[in-house]
Write a protein that binds this ligand. Structure first.
Ligand code: APR
Ligand code: ZN
Ligand code: ZN
Length: 360
């Protein structure tokens, strides 16, 4: 059986998205059909519709989602219809060379549903293998992680992408621990989540850096102990001043720009860590004196999806949220309907929101 449902589709490069009736197949072996409850609007969705990811139009957008399992395919034994799940875009395979070494968060062979969703008979490319700006979507079973259903869907969905990336950049990749000093460059949804993650992990000093005063005020609400407007002062100098002339233990870049990567690099203490979670474009270059890379010691890391392991991290983070130890409500700037995604892209471009979330 095929389900005909409404979905947000990007049909061609740069064109506004439209609501279409799409065809979603019943789950086959290893697949699950999800009744989508909420899905956040992320930069990556906009990048797809701008043709900046690839040319495989039409795209079914949306990937920061939560929902209820509606039906499970053959061989799926850890999910049952009615389970409340958060979707992820890295279903681990369990047998690639990284999984075999016990490093499943790095899985080099993640997978999605085998069957295709369609628009007028044409295969859709689901954003990040999910496609959740839709009433129903089809994913691989490993892309759905069961969490406590007491969490609000619009909040839970955010754990599936940007918020996880930021929390994980601090807690998993940066290994922030109690007493550490941290600087976070860029205070959008990802940077603010890195601030929250640092606070949760016990960081003593958390310095937020941005060029937008409103974002800096929001960053304080997430736990920044200091804020720096880098459009007015040199952030490297300001960070040294705050940290007794030393720099921070962990500097997290959550924008994806050469200039802020360099600032992060130089604002570190000796033997400190730089974490790059902002996604650069292929043209960007950085130039650093090699002696500084050697002489400062420490570690330069990238954070893929916050180096998360959904089965380990999603239920734990939702539990912390329900215990009011992790503030997630604040990330939801507004809830919107399916037909308001295009307008949400514009709000995102104007920097007015942390996250607009479609609620179904
Ligand atoms: N210096 C300091 N801050 C800057 C600069 C700069 N040169 N340029 C932009 N910013 C700030 C913006 O003011 C904004 O607050 O960076 C923040 C970026 O936030 P968003 O645009 O909301 O992006 P977000 O969703 O947080 O994602 C950040 O992480 O996962 C990646 O693809 C994602 O590359 C993106 C990054
Ligand atoms: Zn995303
Ligand atoms: Zn693997």
């Amino acid at each position: 059986m095929t389900h005909e449902v409404k979905g947000v589709v990007a049909k061609s490069k740069g064109e506004p998205v439209s609501i279409e009736t799409i065809e979603v197949p019943n789950p086959g072996p290893g697949e699950v059909l999800i009744d989508v409850k909420a899905c956040g609007v992320c930069h990556t969705d906009l990048h797809y519709r701008e043709g900046a990811i690839n040319d495989e139009f039409p795209f079914l957008l949306g990937h920061e989602a939560s929902g209820l399992v509606e039906e499970v395919g053959e061989g799926v034994d850890d999910l049952t219809p009615g389970d409340f799940v958060i979707l992820n875009w890295r279903a681990v395979c369990g047998h690639c060379r990284s999984c075999r070494r016990g490093r499943a968060w790095n899985c080099f062979a993640t997978h999605n549903a085998t069957q295709k969703m369609k628009l007028e008979g044409k295969e859709l490319s689901p954003a990040l293998g999910i496609g959740a700006f839709a009433e129903k979507t089809l994913v691989a079973a490993g892309q759905a992680t069961k969490v406590n259903p007491a969490a609000k869907p619009e909040v839970a969905g955010l754990i599936g992408c940007g918020v996880m990336a930021g929390l994980g950049a601090a807690m998993n990749t940066g290994q922030v621990s109690r007493g550490d000093s941290v600087a976070v460059f860029g205070c959008g949804g990802v940077g603010d989540a890195a601030i929250e993650g640092s606070r949760l992990a016990g960081a003593h000093t958390i310095i937020a850096v941005d060029i937008d005063q409103t974002k800096l005020e929001w960053a304080k609400e997430f736990g920044a102990t200091h804020i720096i407007d880098s459009s007015k002062v040199d952030p490297v100098e300001a960070i040294r001043e705050i940290t007794g002339g030393n720099g921070v233990d962990i500097a997290i870049e959550a924008i994806g720009l050469p200039v802020t990567y360099e600032q992060a690099f130089y604002s570190r203490d000796l033997a400190g860590t730089v974490v790059l979670v902002g996604v650069p474009n292929p043209e960007m270059r950085i130039e650093l004196p090699m002696i500084e890379i050697f002489g400062r010691g420490g570690t330069l890391k990238s954070s893929w999806y916050g180096d998360c392991l959904p089965s380990r991290d999603f239920p734990m983070l939702i539990d912390l949220y329900l215990q009011e130890r992790l503030e997630l409500d604040r990330f939801v700037s507004e809830t919107i309907a399916l037909d308001e995604v295009e307008e949400a892209f514009h709000k995102m471009e104007r920097g007015e929101v942390l996250r607009s979330v479609v609620v179904l």
